[in-house]
Design a protein around this ligand. Structure first.
Ligand code: PLP
Length: 447
């Protein structure tokens, strides 16, 4: 295809707020990548500070992973997991995950994306509570600003207005409570502990109002990514866990961004000290070289499903590409590299360095708060951090910084007025210096 037609015929660009501009200019076309760098079709080099969409943890152009995928394609391009069939890569991957996960006993269901993993979570909750004769226990509580995907169910779990507006979401049975957004929402003089107690009292009231027997689960990302890199305040998760236990409500841990080393431990729930009942994983599970998601559920839930199929017949859920053998082979290789090269420990060490360097922006006139842990961070822009006067929530200031980043050869992402930073876990110290230097120039350029 010629260069011209590449720019003229392209799929709908998700998500964009300016289709008109897109029609005129065409999308930016990325041509290749190596390590933490990408090049566009005009040859301009960028440091990829967002790991794609929080996912390319091992960076670009990894020959070892490419060889693994090629070999898996040569051996068997496809095998499904329907009607009693499976394949070696899928079985080995499920075993490997079961060993790694911070759950006592788990069973794995494979899908393709983070959205379908969370859709599966919703469906499994329904199936399970119907199967054990508690059909009223179905509602799911999520949080405002959460991001759990965009299908009808996962989009209903998501708590970001643009993902709801015009799509008639959320569907019935999906409730939203406060996000733990201390920097934005804490009242004057309120400590992190007081703030946590206040929003969890609101949650307690919501549960009591709806009736605990009608609520199946609460879903949470350890760090809320797309909502603005929101870290839980002190004590939030242990207290949340205790509250959910009191009412016999499952805690679904969405590790789609935080899983596999991003927060400095293998999983975000380890960093923030809570025990999940079920988990969703995707993205860094394959370092984004192939699409794959995984849902982990406890053995007790799996046993209830076995009993239910004996009574009701086929378990009617699964995707053609559930546990695609090439994706599973790639995931096994990626997990092997994480282990062999101590990638999580490396990310924890380099993450401290990154956070320390980013703290220098705390005094920048555009920056209200620098927050983050491990290899994920957000710069929350503010007009005045003392009075908490923010720029317009549509993200005009954030977009200006990102435009300057593009000029300076740095890829980051603005989530409204939060600049998200989430580089590949394998970034070196010198590359972190480069990222921070280019970000500093971009902030100054946007003043
Ligand atoms: N869950 C979280 C925490 C995410 O950040 C995302 C995507 O960014 C998803 C789920 C949805 O994943 P996908 O885009 O693969 O459907």
């Amino acid at each position: 295809m010629s260069q011209k037609s590449l720019h003229n015929h392209y799929p709908i660009v998700p998500p964009t707020s300016n289709f008109k501009l897109m029609e005129e200019n065409g999308p930016q076309i990325m041509a290749r990548g190596k390590g933490v760098y990408q090049w566009d079709d005009k040859g301009k080099q960028y440091l990829e500070g967002m790991a794609g969409l929080w996912c390319t943890s091992l960076g670009y152009g990894n020959g070892e992973i490419a060889e693994t995928a090629a070999e898996a394609m040569r051996t068997m391009g496809f095998a499904h997991m329907f009607s009693g069939k499976s394949h070696e890569a899928g079985i080995r991957l499920a075993e490997k995950l079961e060993q790694m996960l911070p759950m006592d006993d788990s069973r794995i269901f494979f899908g393709v994306s983070g959205s379908d993993a969370n859709d599966t979570q919703v469906k499994l909750m329904r199936y399970y509570f119907n199967a054990i004769g508690r059909p009223d226990k179905k509602k799911i509580i999520s949080r405002h600003l959460a991001y759990h995907g965009v299908t009808l169910a996962s989009g209903s779990l998501t708590g970001i207005p643009v993902n709801h507006a015009l799509f008639d979401l959320p569907l019935d049975g999906f409730l939203h409570t406060d996000s733990p957004f201390y920097f934005r929402d804490a009242m004057d003089e309120e400590t992190e502990e007081d703030f946590t107690n206040r929003i969890l009292e609101n949650l307690d009231e919501l549960i009591q109002r709806e009736g605990p027997d009608t609520i199946a689960a609460f879903i949470a990302e350890p760090i809320m990514g797309a909502g603005g890199v929101i870290l839980p305040p002190e004590g939030y998760f242990p207290k949340l866990r205790a509250l959910l236990d009191k009412y016999d409500i499952f805690l679904i841990d969405d590790e789609v961004i935080c899983g596999f080393g991003r927060t400095g431990n293998a999983f975000g729930c380890e960093t923030f000290d809570f025990r999940p009942d079920t988990m969703s994983m995707a993205k860094a599970l394959t370092s984004a070289y192939m699409p794959l998601s995984a849902v982990a559920i406890p053995e007790s839930m799996y046993q209830a499903m076995i009993d239910a199929t004996a009574e009701h017949g086929v378990f009617g859920h699964g995707f053609t590409y559930s546990g695609h053998p090439v994706s599973c082979a790639v995931a096994l290789k990626v997990l092997e590299i994480y282990e062999r090269d101590n990638v999580f420990a490396y990310a924890a060490k380099m993450g401290s360095y990154l956070q320390q360097k980013l703290q220098h922006f705390s005094d920048h006139p555009l920056v209200g708060e620098v927050r983050g842990t491990g290899m994920i961070a957000g710069l929350h822009l503010a007009k005045d951090k003392e009075t908490k006067s923010f720029f317009d929530p549509a993200g005009t200031a954030g977009a200006k910084v990102i435009a300057a980043c593009v000029d300076n050869g740095l890829i980051l992402r603005n989530l409204g007025d939060v600049i998200a930073i989430c580089p590949p876990l394998v970034i070196s110290e010198a590359e972190i210096d480069e990222l921070v230097d280019k970000l500093g120039k971009s902030l100054d350029g946007a003043l």
